[in-house]
Design a protein around this ligand. Structure first.
Ligand SMILES: Cc1ncc(C[n+]2csc(CCOP(=O)(O)OP(=O)(O)O)c2C)c(N)n1
Ligand SMILES: [Mg+2]
Length: 898
């Protein structure tokens, strides 16, 4: 063999190739696909037996997954659909161009929708079902920055007016404007899913699709056959969240889920994979994860070329071409494509010999071909047993020509000059004259035009317009008060942690007749850490397939109990996934017509810090529910150290407006807050998210003080827990301190009060601060009102009215950063001394940690004495003596810096 003339070898190979190909064609024809697969497996095994190692590949050839002969007949009117698509393209472009003329720098995107238009129009005309009386509709996550395309279509459908389009990105206009991106918070009747923080779309869509199964399996909403479509960008797929949950989708066999990745090969700065092939990379990842992958790479005009090519060189060339080169073809002419792409092999040169350069320049990408896209979508909606991803090859800025098509600057192109507008107009045949073109007018055909009639009839057939957000859930009657009462009584002789009280309460809620079935407990593999394993048995862990094995702990009371009707979403170690489930459950009132009540319980360190952007997304989605940051507190969670001990989630929780953040100390506080949350969110249907930190330190839970103001104080953020124990004249003449504590540190404030009274003759009142955020919110609201309403009776912040008659010094201590109480310092009648846990956590015991962070009773007492000395109420010498008496080392480590 080695001595053979290479020319003979090539000839031999060609003959062999032809023979093998013919054999395969024959088997396929006579015996079908399955037999072909069998034979290929057999050959692979044989080769392996002979030691031939076949390199692993999860890829299929770089051609369309659906061959021409398997394509269904396109059922639409191609001409009218093209007209509609062109008009939508024009209006979407005009919206952005006009907005930027009026206010330069206002932004917006033209090129993304230009590449996605066909992908979306096929969806709008043939697949995406709207909401009707009997069907909730498909759920479509639109690529956020292609929003002008959705608005432009809504304009043709008569949902938006021309006036509306002129107010794109002008939301502060008195008439209101169109939000830049999909934001349910800003356009609550229109947008359903916020998508513009990249990566979150894929993640939330997966968990939404799974949640739809969950609702059906638990009998909360009939299995509806709704599909979840996520329209994604290829650059966006680099976000870890995009691919991070794809195995969950295949494991759960989510055939109600379809991803469409718009592979225009570009992101913002340049190519997604200039030196590689993003479509192949994504194919391998999704195939490897068990997804049904449909590649739509080449348009119909390539079919004939592929069929006519006996040399196999065309597929070879398609495979070897890099995305960076492919992009160059977009900005080059047909002659370049001939010379560079086809010119590499004589066989290919011959193949296109009869084509003109113009024809070669116009060879379309699959994503711009309605027939190819229709075939892919149809296969996707009919596919059973796994989720589908469609990888559609498109051109970024399609149709923009010189203004940006395929160029690296295209993403940021917002302005078209007159010539560019004319070129766009002519290419898409928009009936706008040269005289009018400069103003980039919107174009809408007559209401009775064939285009609009067609468009309306398609949407009618599919059940109505979309996107649309409708909240038709029923408020709950909320006969729940009785359930909470036992927590107001205190724990008697029993020591409890607030975490335990919370789990007890949750377990009770789950048993309630009215709301029990609506409760959705979510945990990221920490149920045992929080003592929630009792819920495994009681509520069951949700699994679509039930439990197919005998759990090792079957005999035990609290066995790992998976079942189809289980309520608990045990998400494994994925805080991001859990938050996505929280969003699905928290928005079910609008997106599924049922008010499920999520209680997501997590390590508080891995909440706002780790998935803060998802919480922001939850707020935009107008999700309602409870976030429970468990084992919270930088010193209360002992032993775990720097990456576990949370001392700042309450600071981070300041940012999202709908989040109410509470740091309760006692079971009754916790119960009052949760009761309020249920009442407000599910009885009054207000949009809030309640964040509560709960702790694992056990202590006696006192009964709720029997004063009328306590309940209100808990909810507003602060109330007097205890007045000084000093009595009569002694109390009156004594220097006075007010000690504020939150969470478990409230106990330290109580102890500090005892030290002050016993050893220093200082009268100390103890205040429980449940929420600095609520205090702050109320105070700044009052200030704002006063600023804008001079001359009217000024409003007094709750905090000021609470403390207006108090004299003495104020010390606040919590297991969180000092900045948190410091936010409200200005509304105190005197100076506020803040103690807190700034710095990195350490692994050690609780007492040692509280000494290290200077938040235990001794430091609280010392701070009060220091402040009293500063105000002249006691002698400075007392403070110096106290340092020694209390055993405080002034040279100790500094938690801020050491
Ligand atoms: C988390 C996040 N990071 C950055 C951005 C800013 N951004 C908006 S669009 C874009 C490029 C998108 O590229 P691709 O996903 O390929 O979409 P295309 O526009 O090409 O369809 C970027 C970086 C964002 N929206 N979200
Ligand atoms: Mg892209």
């Amino acid at each position: 063999m080695a001595n053979k003339d290479p020319r003979d070898l090539t000839q031999l190979h060609q003959v062999e190739n032809a023979e093998w190909r013919e054999s395969l064609d024959y088997v396929l024809r006579e015996q079908g696909e399955e037999r072909v697969v069998q034979l290929l497996r057999l050959l692979q095994t044989r080769a392996q037996e002979h030691g031939v190692s076949i390199p692993f590949t999860a890829n299929t050839p770089y051609i369309n997954t659906i061959p021409r002969q398997d394509q269904p007949v396109f059922p639409g009117n191609r001409t009218l659909e093209r007209r509609i698509k062109s008009i939508v393209r024009w209006n979407a472009m005009a919206m952005v161009v006009r907005a930027n003329r009026e206010l330069p720098g206002i932004g917006g995107h033209i090129s993304t929708f230009a590449s996605a238009a066909n992908l979306w129009e096929v969806g709008f005309n043939h697949f995406w079902r709207g909401r009707t009386k009997d069907f909730l509709g498909d759920m479509v996550y639109f690529q956020g920055h292609a929003s002008p395309g959705v608005y432009a279509r809504a304009f043709l459908e008569g949902r938006l007016t021309e006036d509306d389009l002129t107010r794109f990105r002008r939301e502060l206009d008195p008439k209101g404007g169109l939000s830049s991106y999909p934001h349910p918070f800003l356009m609550p009747d229109f947008w359903e899913f916020p998508t513009v923080s990249m990566g979150l779309t894929a993640l939330t869509a997966i968990y939404q699709a799974r949640f739809n199964h969950y609702l059906a399996d638990r009998g909360l909403r009939g299995s509806s056959g709704r599909k979840v479509w996520a329209m994604l960008g290829d650059g966006e797929m680099d976000e870890p969240e995009s691919l991070g949950a794809i195995t969950l989708a295949s494991r759960e066999k989510l055939d109600n889920l379809i991803f469409v990745v718009n592979c225009n090969l570009q992101r913002l700065d340049g190519p997604v994979r200039g030196n590689g092939k993003i479509i192949q990379e994504l194919e391998a990842a999704f195939r490897g994860a068990g997804w049904n992958v449909i590649k739509v790479i080449w348009g119909s005009d390539w079919d004939r070329l592929l069929e006519d090519d006996d040399s196999d060189k065309l597929v070879q060339r398609m495979e070897e071409i890099l995305d960076g080169e492919m992009q160059r073809y977009t900005v080059s002419n047909g002659a370049y494509v001939r010379g560079h792409f086809f010119g590499k092999y004589p066989e290919l040169e011959k193949l296109v010999a009869s084509y003109t350069d113009e024809q070669l320049g116009k060879l379309r990408r699959g994503g711009h071909d309605p027939e190819k896209v229709y075939a892919a979508y149809k296969a996707a909606v009919e596919h059973k047993g796994s989720p589908t991803v469609i990888l559609a090859h498109t051109i970024k800025g399609y149709g923009l020509g010189e203004a940006g098509e395929g160029k690296n600057i295209t993403h940021s192109q917002k302005k078209l000059n007159e010539d560019e507008l004319k070129e766009f107009r002519t290419r898409f045949n928009i009936p706008i004259s040269d005289e009018e073109i400069a103003s980039a007018p919107f174009y809408k055909p007559d209401e009775d035009s064939p285009e609009l009639e067609y468009l309306r009839s398609r949407r009618q057939t599919l059940g109505g317009s979309l996107p649309v957000r409708i909240d038709d859930s029923q408020p709950m009657a909320c006969q729940t008060e009785a359930m909470f009462k036992e927590y107001y009584e205190g724990s008697g002789e029993r020591e409890l942690a607030t975490t335990m009280a919370y789990v007890h309460l949750l377990s009770k809620l789950l048993k309630d007749e009215e709301i029990g079935k609506l409760i959705v407990p979510i945990v990221p593999d920490e149920a045992r850490t929080f003592g929630m394993e009792s819920l495994f048995r009681q509520a069951g862990i949700y699994s679509h397939v039930g439990q197919l094995y005998d759990p090792v702990d079957k005999g035990s009371l609290l066995f790992y109990n998976e079942k189809k009707t289980g309520a608990i979403l045990e998400e494994g170690i994925s805080e991001a996934g859990s938050l996505a489930s929280f969003i699905a459950a928290g928005t079910a009132y609008a997106n599924n017509g049922v008010q499920t009540i999520p209680f997501y319980t997590f390590y508080s360190m891995f909440g706002f810090q780790r998935v803060g952007d998802s919480i922001w997304q939850a707020c935009d989605s107008q999700a309602r529910g409870f976030l429970i940051g468990a084992t919270a507190g930088r010193t209360t969670l002992a032993g775990e150290g720097l990456q576990h001990q949370d001392g700042h989630s309450h600071l981070l929780a300041m940012a999202p407006p709908p989040v109410k953040a509470y740091d309760p100390a006692f079971a009754y506080e916790l119960a009052v807050i949760i009761h309020d949350g249920i009442t407000r969110m599910y009885c009054n249907q207000e949009n809030w998210i309640y964040y509560l930190t709960v702790m694992n330190e056990t202590y006696l839970m006192p009964p709720m003080p029997k004063r009328a103001d306590v309940r209100e104080g808990i909810l507003k953020g602060m109330y007097r827990f205890k007045t000084t124990g000093l009595k009569g004249a002694k109390a009156k003449s004594a220097p006075r301190a007010h000690l504020l504590g939150s969470g478990a540190i409230l106990n330290e404030a109580i102890k500090a009060g005892e030290i002050l009274e016993k050893d220093y003759g200082v009268a100390a009142d103890i205040w429980s601060v449940t929420s600095y955020k609520e205090l702050y919110r109320d105070a700044v609201e009052c200030e704002r009102w006063n600023l804008l309403n001079p001359g009217k009776k000024a409003k007094t912040p709750y905090l000021s009215s609470l403390l207006s008659k108090e004299e003495g010094v104020f010390v606040a201590a919590s297991d969180y950063m000092k900045a948190i109480p410091a936010m409200v310092a200005q509304w105190f009648p005197g100076e506020l001394h803040c103690l807190g846990t700034d710095g990195f956590g350490r692994s050690d015991g609780r007492d040692e940690l509280r000494d290290f962070f200077e938040v235990d009773a001794r430091y609280i007492a010392l701070a009060a004495l220091m402040r009293l000395a500063a105000s002249g109420d006691i002698k400075p010498a007392v403070v110096a003596k106290a340092i020694a008496d209390l055993g405080i080392d002034p040279g100790k480590l500094n938690p801020h810096t050491d």
